[in-house]
Design a protein around this ligand. Sequence first.
Ligand SMILES: Cc1cc2nc3c(=O)[nH]c(=O)nc-3n(C[C@H](O)[C@H](O)[C@H](O)COP(=O)(O)OP(=O)(O)OC[C@H]3O[C@@H](n4cnc5c(N)ncnc54)[C@H](O)[C@@H]3O)c2cc1C
Ligand code: HEM
Length: 398
Amino acid sequence: MLNARTIEIVKSTVPLLESANTALTEHFYRRMFRDNPELKDVFNLSHQKTGRQPAALFTAVLAYAKNIDNPAVLAAAVERIAHKHTGFSIQPEQYAIVGHHLLETIKELAPDAATPEVIDAWAQAYGALADIFIGREAQIYQDNETRPGGWRGTRAFVVKEKHAESEQITSFLLAPADGGAVVDFKPGQYLNLHLDSDTLEHKEYRQYSLCQAPNGENYRIAVKREQGGVASGFLHDQVSVGDTLQVLPPAGDFFMEVTPNTPVVLISAGVGQTPMRAMLDQLLNRQHPAPIYWLHACDNGAQHAFRQDLQATRLAHTNLETHIWYRAPLASDRPAEDFDAAGLMDLGPLREAIDLPNAHYYFCGPLPFMTMVKDTLAGWDIAAERLHYEVFGPHQSL
Ligand SMILES: Cc1cc2nc3c(=O)[nH]c(=O)nc-3n(C[C@H](O)[C@H](O)[C@H](O)COP(=O)(O)OP(=O)(O)OC[C@H]3O[C@@H](n4cnc5c(N)ncnc54)[C@H](O)[C@@H]3O)c2cc1C
Ligand code: HEM
C-alpha cells in the first residue's frame, strides 16, 4: 500500500513527466539497451525505431502517475499490458532491470527535481505497479499451463500448411510437434511466435491474430508481408511446410464474447481481418441466430485475402451480410460478386442496417481506418462499451 505522501509526491511529478514527454521513455530504452543488450532479443526493435513503443510506455507511466490514487482506472490497461508481456515471456526478475533504468532516467533527465524523496516515492510506486503486473502475469502463465492443451513458455509447432491467401497475405496452419492438443482461445486473441534463426540479427517475438475458431488441434495465422519487415519476410520467404516454429500460448484482451441474441458487426481493412475471421468462424459454428455483418476494405481483388472462402460462407448463411470495398478495383474484379463499392469504406449508407440496439462492433486495421470507424460509430451515439478494437502494434487509444 502506498502512503499518502508517496502518492502526493508521484502526482506532483506529473507536469515534469508531461514536459519530458517521450524523451523520457526514449532515454530509458537507450540506456536499458546499452546496459542490458540481451533485452534486444526480447523487445521488438522496429517499435523502438518507429517510436511507437516508447510512446506506449510513456502513456502508461503518465497514466499511472495521474491515477495512482485510483487504480481502478488503470485496470483495462494493466490487463492489456499483462497479456502483451506474457507473449514476450516477461519474467518477474526483469522488473528490477526496468525499475532501475526508469529511476536512473528520472535522475539523468531531471537532476534538480530528482531529490532523494522523489526517487524514493517513484521507487515505491514502481514497485507497487510491478507487483500488480507480476501477479496478473503469473495468473495468465498458470492458466495457460493448466488448461487442457495448455503449456508454459515456448512449444514447438510444425507448419502443416502454407497458403497464399492474397498477393501479400499468406496463412500458416500450425500443429504441435508433440502431437498433443492445443489450448482454446477466445476469438480475437493472438498467437505469439518466438523466431530464432541464423538469418535474423536478433531473436524476434511477434504477435499474429488467430484467424480460425478454436478446434483443440491446431492454430491458423495469416501474415502480411510488410515492406522490409523482419519477421513477415522471414515467415514468407524462409519458413516452409514441415518447418518448426516456437510458439507461446494465445493471449490478448481483445476478444468476442456475445450472447446468442447479440448482433455482431465485424469491420476490418487489409490484414486486420484476421481476428474477425476467428470471430466469424465461431459465430457460424455456433449457428449464431442474431444478424452478423462482415464489412471489409482492401485495395482490390488481388489483395483480398480469403475472398473465395468468404463468398462460399456468404452463400451458406442467411443471417450473414457482407459488404466489401475495393479502393481501386482491377479490371478483372467483378462488381457485386467480388466487391460492393469502389473507394474507401463509408459506413454512412449502411447505418440503417448496422446501427442496431445492443449490437457489438469489432474492428481492426490501420490506425487512420480505425479512427474513422470509431468516430463514425461514436457519432451515432453507440456506447464505448459496444466498440472493441485491436491495434497491430504497441497500443494506442483512438
Ligand atoms: C495483437 C497483434 C496482432 C497482430 N496480428 C497480425 C496478423 O494477424 N497478421 C499480420 O500480418 N500482422 C499482425 N500483427 C503485426 C505483427 O505482429 C508484426 O508487427 C508484423 O508482421 C510486422 O513485423 P515484421 O517483423 O515483418 O516487420 P518489422 O521489421 O517489425 O517492421 C514493421 C514496419 O515497421 C516499420 N519500420 C521498421 N523499421 C523502421 C525504421 N527504422 N524506420 C521507420 N519505420 C520502420 C516499417 O514500416 C515496417 O514495415 C499483429 C500485431 C499485434 C500487436
Ligand atoms: C511496471 C513496469 C512496466 C510497464 C508500465 C510497462 C508498460 C508497457 C506498455 C504500455 C507496453 C505496450 C503494451 C501494448 O502495446 O499494448 C509494454 C510492452 C512491452 N513490455 Fe512492458 N512494461 C513494464 C515492465 C516491463 C518489463 C519488466 C519488461 C521486460 C524486460 C517489459 C517488456 C515489454 C515488452 C517486450 C513489450 C512489447 C514491446 C513491443 O511490442 O515492442 N515490460 N509494456
